[in-house]
Design a protein around this ligand. Structure first.
Ligand code: KG4
Ligand code: ZN
Length: 337
């Protein structure tokens, strides 16, 4: 089955065509980050308007790249939530309408299920069951994954998501948006040991996370020091170390508790090279295989939505004629297709 996937939950317009037998045929991404950078973060109304401008032209380009005519498609998958309501509604209304016009089923995909299954797009796809660390701009979750749609929450952030902490700290340091890649780049020039930030909630049992204290520690450092290039690098370094360390400590704990031998990292922060290296190191020590998507499929993209949607469409799942978006939607509410 050939599936068109659409992602519009935040500030990336992503489109892909996936063939369940031949694999990914084409994918394209239009990032709005430059537009939002001026405001230091995503402006929801601007995001929705830009998705409206970009989505249909991108669909045409990707169908052409994939050598696919609408008649070749077996369904359309779009991100139904969670995310920005207006942005989601653009993908949902266009996705639902295209499917109706083409006479094929449409399916609304959970954005985090898309992230979670993105490693399946890679040659070395993980087998079920596995432990998943989902780290994005809006979520920080540790999940026990038994099968598609069978997720058990092990831990989550009680306040800021880790990606949000990267973004807020980058803003404090004047590094712009999105903050993750900017912090990582600045940290490359940082001096180890000049600052040391807390590893929140690692000194007590449990698998929940908290990142607001780390952000506050970075704020205090910016207030106590002149922000020259060297200090910015040093704070970025200490922040990244503390954030990554915290994630690695919790992953080690969750692997020990569950006995899983496979760990999947997904979501935008999963593109962080230090996090990948440290988790690989951990995996090597305790005999756990670490899987992650290539960096472009860590951050938001249409391919992961096409993949997750295709699994559900193949199982016969489809939306009615009405369409909607769910700005808030727990991954744990999903069931097997
Ligand atoms: O998954 P994603 O693209 O969008 C959401 O669903 O939120 O994640 C975006 C988040 C942003 O907070 C961004 O700063 C972070 O992922 N991010 C990174 C890196 N690349 C993106 N964080 C750390 N290191 C990176 N290299
Ligand atoms: Zn995402």
């Amino acid at each position: 089955m050939r599936v068109l996937g659409l992602e519009t939950s935040c500030d990336d317009t992503g489109v892909a065509v996936l063939d369940t037998e031949r694999g990914l045929l084409a994918h394209k991404l239009y990032s709005q980050s430059q537009m939002h950078a001026e405001y230091g973060g995503v402006v929801p109304e601007l995001a929705s308007r830009d998705h409206i401008r970009k989505l249909l032209p991108l669909v045409r380009e990707v169908l052409a790249d994939a050598g696919t005519a609408p008649g070749d498609l077996g369904g359309v998958a779009y991100t139904m939530g969670p995310g920005l309501a207006g942005a989601l509604l653009v993908g949902a209304s266009i996705g639902r309408s295209l499917a109706y016009a083409w006479g094929v089923p449409a399916v609304g995909v959970h954005h985090m299920e898309g992230h979670l299954l993105a490693p399946m797009l890679e040659p070395d796809a993980p087998a079920f069951p596995f432990l998943a660390l989902l780290v994005s701009g809006g979520h920080t979750l540790l999940t026990d994954v038994r099968a598609v749609g069978n997720y058990r929450l092990l831990g989550e952030s009680v306040d800021d998501a880790v990606g949000e902490a990267f973004d807020k700290t980058a803003k404090l340091l004047g590094l712009g948006y999105p903050g993750g890649p900017a912090i990582a780049a600045a940290a490359a020039h940082g001096t180890p040991g000049r600052f040391r930030f807390p590893r929140p909630m690692t000194d007590r049992p449990g698998l929940d996370f908290s990142f607001s204290g780390l952000k506050t520690a970075a704020l205090t450092a910016t207030q106590q020091h002149a922000l020259d290039a060297r200090t910015i690098g040093d704070i970025a370094y200490a922040f990244q170390e503390a954030a990554v360390d915290t994630l690695v400590i919790k992953c080690a704990r969750a692997l020990e508790q569950t006995g899983h031998t496979r760990l999947v990292i997904a979501g935008g922060v999963g593109a962080n090279t230090l996090l990948r290296a440290r988790l690989e190191e951990l995996g090597g020590k305790i005999n756990v295989r670490v899987h992650y998507p290539r960096p472009v499929f860590c951050t938001d993209n249409g391919a992961m939505i096409a993949y997750a949607g295709a699994l559900r469409l193949l199982a016969g799942q489809k939306e009615g004629l009405a369409f909607g978006a769910r700005a808030r939607w727990s991954l744990m509410d999903l069931t097997a297709p």
